[in-house]
Ligand binder design. Structure first.
Ligand SMILES: Nc1ncnc2c1ncn2[C@@H]1O[C@H](COP(=O)(O)OP(=O)(O)OP(=O)(O)O)[C@@H](O)[C@H]1O
Length: 580
């Protein structure tokens, strides 16, 4: 059987105690509705089981020469019981739905809020499959549990208890006989649940891995194609799909085995009670009516018992999903509440590596001067983007410091940091929302006038023509790369930071739009300190200063002229690029 390679970095999964606490929290949030559901179902079950008992009375009554009037009266009571039971269970189901919907909505909001408050680096490491499954399909499974399975199990459990009580009411000795099958039922259910819990968890984890693989292949389709990795991705996708299938089949096998045992237990119970009732009836220990009532009640026990057991499987699914949702809470919270004294951004003797990997920056120092345009160049893999990430507070140095206004950049709250430092990469995400909502992310209090001024500044005439209420996103209006870039630059203007870090910000723009984007960029950057990670040396030429990174260290720094004259790494790169 293939195994799930749960990559390091996936978010944790909560244990059973945390899941129980979460269920308690969900119930406690709406105690009135939760108890209304239980009470309605309790009464519905009581009315339901009174039917076979009253039927038994009718049988005995006929044997004891009841009048037609007496029989009709009890039959009318039976009919009334059926009607009341029907109404009560409908009301219970309605209340259950309302309770479930509200609880699911609360859960959905809280999990999204929690994911949004995770450190960015954890979100990146978790991967879109893990996060997507937890915030969408896991929440849906729990929502189903709260809306459907929860109230249904409550009803069924109540019904089973009331039915057992009814067998005692019909005939205490037969009630005792019916209990004989409880120990094997308990043991079989315990064994099943113990095996099913990890199986469901593994199944859900395999689902996220499969979603991650498909999502990543889709998102990186161009890269996959350009590197001819289609076969590799297909094999990986197949392996993940197979792994998911294996887990599902394991769950199905467990369920099949368990339900076969359950069927035998149910049939065994009915057989024993019928035999005992028959023997006692023929020995004169029971009336026919009591025997019929007890057997009818026992027949009815099987249904809700099976129902409870089936639902318990769903419950395990729900518990597995809830364990994954609660796992998001286990990521340690970070207090990012440092306040920078000014806008001076610098790196001093920084050492950094990704995860548990080796150092990729080795004691690197960089001191951008206020208002300058500093361009960072170097060979691929030298550590340029890593510098951008550390200066933007996405990662924390292993040693040394990356500071803004004297405090570690990583310790500054997102809102405060955004006022000082903004990182622009080539990924310009446009949300499915109005143009206004897409822009206001940069400064939640910004007025429409300010948003429009920013659009004018980056020359986004198309956006001004369409208006701030225009809906963006693939389903509404798909933006070109250049348009998405203008939105990103307008966000920079709105955030109005002291420092802008550009990491390949203009990569991927078609030559036809390059001029427009360059003009928008110049407008957005005017008057700010700019640290540009350049992958083409062209951009370096006009820089105030150039820092050359090689092997995670600053190899040299100076103006274009100075570095060419020095004849070092930069001069070599420049001549190679010029094709000299
Ligand atoms: N998320 C990551 N996990 C592990 N290693 C990484 C990660 N990102 C980058 N690295 C490694 O860190 C080193 C520096 O990478 P970085 O992206 O900073 O280089 P770069 O100079 O920007 O390269 P390029 O010009 O190709 O983008 C490389 O060895 C790279 O493989």
């Amino acid at each position: 059987m293939s195994t799930i390679d749960t990559a390091p970095g996936r978010l944790p999964v909560a244990g059973p105690a945390a899941v129980r606490r979460a269920v308690g929290r969900l119930l406690a949030a709406d105690p009135g509705r939760a108890s209304a559901v239980l009470l309605l179902y309790l009464f519905a079950a009581a009315f339901s089981v009174s039917v076979p008992i009253l039927l038994g009375k009718v049988v005995d009554g006929i044997a004891a020469d009841w009048t037609t009037g007496q029989v009709n009266l009890v039959c009318a009571v039976i009919l009334a019981c059926v009607c009341v039971q029907f109404v009560l269970s409908r009301l219970g189901r309605l209340a259950g739905y309302r309770f479930g919907e509200r609880a699911a909505a609360r859960l959905r909001e809280s999990v999204v809020e929690r994911v949004l408050s995770l450190p960015l680096v954890r979100v990146e490491r978790a991967g879109r499959g893990d996060l997507g499954t937890r915030t969408a399909s896991d929440v849906n499974v729990v929502a189903d549990m709260l809306r459907d399975n929860g109230p249904t199990v409550a009803t069924l459990v109540i019904e089973v208890v009331v039915l057992y009580a009814a067998t005692f009411v019909a005939s205490p000795p037969l009630g005792l006989v019916a209990l004989v099958t409880l120990p094997p039922l308990y043991l079989a259910a315990r064994r099943y649940l113990r095996r099913a819990a990890p199986a469901f968890l593994e199944q859900r984890a395999a689902m996220s891995e499969a979603a991650e693989t498909v999502g990543a292949s889709g998102a990186g389709a161009r890269t996959v194609e350009s590197l001819s990795m289609q076969q590799e991705r297909r094999v990986l996708g197949y392996a993940r799909g197979q792994s998911m299938m294996d887990r599902m089949l394991r769950v199905v096998r467990l369920q099949t085995d368990f339900f076969t045992v359950l069927l035998m237990i149910n049939r065994g119970q009915l057989l024993i009670v019928t035999l005992a009732a028959g023997i006692w009836y023929f020995q004169g220990g029971l009336t026919l009516g009591t025997a019929i009532a007890a057997i009818t009640v026992t027949v009815r026990i099987a249904n809700p018992t099976n129902g409870v057991m089936t639902q318990l499987g769903e419950f395990q699914q729900g518990a597995a999903a809830l364990a994954r949702i609660e796992g998001v809470n286990l990521v340690p919270a970070e207090s990012r509440d440092a306040w920078p004294a000014d806008a001076e951004l610098r790196m001093d003797a920084v050492t950094f590596g990704y995860g548990d990997g080796p150092d990729v920056l080795h004691g690197l120092s960089l001191h951008p001067v206020r208002g300058e345009r500093l361009v960072v160049v170097g060979p691929s893999g030298a550590g340029k983007s890593t510098i951008a990430r550390l200066l933007a507070g996405i990662d924390r140095p292993r040693s040394g410091s990356a500071t803004l206004g004297g405090v570690p950049v990583y310790d500054i709250g997102v809102e405060e940091l955004r006022r000082h430092v903004v990182l622009v990469t080539q990924e310009h995400y446009v949300f499915t929302a109005s143009l206004r909502d897409n822009l206001i992310l940069a400064a939640p209090d910004a007025t429409d006038d300010l948003l429009e001024a920013a659009l004018r500044r980056v020359d986004a005439r198309w956006a001004l023509d369409e208006g701030l209420d225009a809906m963006l996103g693939d389903e509404h209006r798909r933006l070109t790369t250049a348009e998405a870039q203008q939105i990103a630059l307008a966000r920079v203007v709105i955030a109005d930071p002291d420092v802008v870090i550009l990491d390949e910000a203009t990569a991927g723009i078609d030559p036809a739009s390059a001029g427009r984007v360059e003009a928008a960029l110049a407008a957005a950057l005017a008057g700010r300190t700019v640290i540009a990670i350049a992958h083409q040396l062209q951009a370096a030429r006009s820089a105030d200063r150039i820092a050359v990174v090689e092997g995670g260290r600053i190899a040299e720094a100076g103006t274009h002229g100075e570095l060419l004259a020095a004849g070092g790494v930069y001069a070599g790169l420049w001549h190679a690029w010029q094709g000299d």
